[in-house]
Design a protein. Sequence first.
Lengths: 604, 337
Amino acid sequence: MVRFAGDSGDGMQLTGGQFTLSTALAGNDLATFPDFPAEIRAPQGTLFGVSAFQINFGSTEIDTAGDAPDVLVAMNPAALKTNVGALKAGGLIIADTGEFNKRNLEKAKYDVSPLEDGSLEKWQVLAFDISALTLEAVKPFGLGNKEALRCKNMWTLGLALWMFDRDRQPLIHWLKGKFAKAPVLADANIAALNAGHAYGETAELSGPLKQYHLAPAASEPGLYRTVTGAEAISYGLVAGAQLAGLDLFFGGYPITPASAILHNLARLKEFGVTTFQAEDEIAAIAAAIGASYGGHLGVTSSSGPGIALKGEAMGLAIMTELPLVIVNSQRGGPSTGLPTKTEQSDLYQAVYGRNGDAPMPVIAARSPSDAFECAIEACRLAVQYMTPVMLLTDGYIANAAEPWKVPDPAGFEPFPVTFLEEPNGPDGAVLPYARDAKGARPWIKPGTPGLMHRIGGIEKNPGTGNIDYSPASHQTMTNARKDKIDGIAASIPAQEVTLGEAGGKLALVGWGSTYGPIHQAVRRARRKGLDVSQIHVRHVWPLPENLGELLKSYEMVLVPEMNTGQFKTVLRDQYLVDAKPLNKTSGQPFTIAEIEAAIAAALA
Amino acid sequence: MNDTTPIKTTLKDWETDQEVRWCPGCGDYAILKAVQRTLPEIGADPAKTVFVSGIGCSSRFPYYVESYGFHTIHGRAPAFATGLKLANPELDVWLVTGDGDGMSIGGNHTMHVLRRNLNTQILLFNNEIYGLTKGQYSPTSRMGTVSPTTPLGSVDRPASPCAFALGAGGRFIARAYDVSKELTSVLKAAHAHQGAAFVEIFQNCIVYNKDVFADFTEKAGAATGQLWLADGEPMLFNKGAQGIALDTETLSLKVVDLVDGDWQAAGVRVHDVKNRAMAHLLVEMPFGPFPMALGVIYDDPRPTFESAVVEERARASAGKTANLAKLLSKGQTWTVE
């Protein structure tokens, strides 16, 4: 496992992303964890301006970005200080001595250079002047000092590619494309990359710098690519709309870490996608609902604070029973919270967070590639049940990449939408709130002759939809809205045991992006002979019909979550099981070790 | 408006079976009738007509028009209408809002729907009060308005809806009042305008803010208080005895008296609906020293938002096929044997 850390202007996310691609192309399984500051360009050299990218790769199945890295590439003293604590004992530090000057050491609050005071004794240190080596490598291209130093990340990447025996060619190809308009920059970056690679090959360095050969991970045959959660969701929404036979309308407002979905979809207009950057979060969801009313599949997306603003409009979509997909890329909260860090603390908001009795299905993606299927499922539920659906993901899933076996669209089950074209009541009456067997009302597009009717947020007559706040009407409609959503439980797969077996001493129940660390921890514990199973829930609301029985088949239930125990509370409420919490709210994902320790403690 | 085949309807065809529930004597009744009279005259098709509203007394409007209707949430109607028009630009969308809905909680959306120039008619019923919530002062209430929340009189300055709409980039600005016989012709002009057409309609809330516009709407003050603007016509009022001229020294408007009906000699301006600078002066013209500017104040169309979006989508899609399999396998891939 390798962590690249540097200044937020050093191009660490880019370096990590390209290393990820090379790793995937080499056939290794992988998981990544980008960790960057909320500031766009935090002051140079400071501790809070450090940007890091971690990648875990290898020949076996990888579910997490890993706990402790084996190699840390530190581009300056601040990057070393903030990241070295995580490095495995005996791990390798590669440091750029060119940046370990007095000024940078002061900014990182080091009195003496850690490279010289013996404080890094428990690790292997390889320190050399990457800055100078880079400047030398790009000298022929006549770049200014500042521009030349920007190639440092490529130099470092070249070295990393050598260490892990990775092919440089895809990267060279990528650089040529990226700098097509400035070939000299492409050449300089390629020269830096080659120089870094050559340095590894030829440097007379003994000891730690050695080449690692990793065999490709065994995986199912097929075509693969890497995918981030934001990409997978965008593709899933496009696929979902196609399967429904609808055009997609996406109303969004910029917010971290959800904006990437809007960026991606804005480039897919040929798929019948309309994207609308609204004036605010409320207008974004309102426009999406307006588009759904007009017969498109309306989608909106945001992160916690934006989702809070959309609450009233979600209620209107529930009340008028219009399809809508709401994607929440969760981040640390409350309020502005931790915009670039990950958390799962919007579960209550998703399941309960609206005025009135306002039930809404909630689906949670567990990984970048899983987000694709979840997005399709959200579209299906929205149009088949005429309801808004919330899809939960988080900052970790949205930004992280993993290899993805490219699915064949021919294998997807279509769920075509039929709009009402003729009056559906007695004597030619139009009944917008008549219901089918699933409890769903008909979808009627304005523009359809003879079906004029009015809908709105006021309580309505169960059939005609006309304003009707009589006691009987509100009771009937409240029940109908609840029964419809509860009924979804019958259309989703029964909950399976993700790893292990039904019944036993301990079940670890998770949802969302904690899948990876829980999976690895349970696997390791089971290998040690411990009686523990993993249950990972996709349909967070309504819950699968068999989940209650399944949970009761274990002596203990432990719920690891990146919040203070929200899903645990839902499970206790629904099933009266004594679910115990395992919580973390540091803005960082669980490590495998943390969950392993909790398993050991529970079974002690 | 949209270029569709005119449909033959009568006022009756636009009435729903729902009991109208505004207070007896409310100005909204007159506006409803004016709209229901206008729709047959413009050949509107009930199936392609959609009334979208927010929250407030005015926003009950869609329930009373036999077309498609969407009663949404407070202040956000323009955003719903935007999504609807982008999904189906063929629809003829009318927005119904009020001074609280459109100028207070929904001010942001009013601004952006005008700026983007969505092809829709925006009817803002201004009664200078919150009616549905029982009489609190609104952002258009005059200073000193006594209400349950301002028992000693309001101290904040009112906003001018037309000045706001023009400032937000509106390309059609008009004014009328609930019982004015010219309301239908103003509505027709708004409908004929391609783009966001903003119509402020002074509306008499007989329960909470009775007769607040009576100084110019009642017979006694009508002649001196109403300046009905018509494109290409001199700006005359008070039965042609007075007119509006431009003081070129101060770049402001002034009232001039005519001698023997010679408006040219008096320097009275001819109304030009495309003159944006004059429109700014007219919407800001204070009532009292001046008459109230009514009718079509400004009308100078620009390409609409939805047509630009549709064009851009077509341009971006030209020559490309929507091949999902190809999309999913985009970028660098590798094969596992």
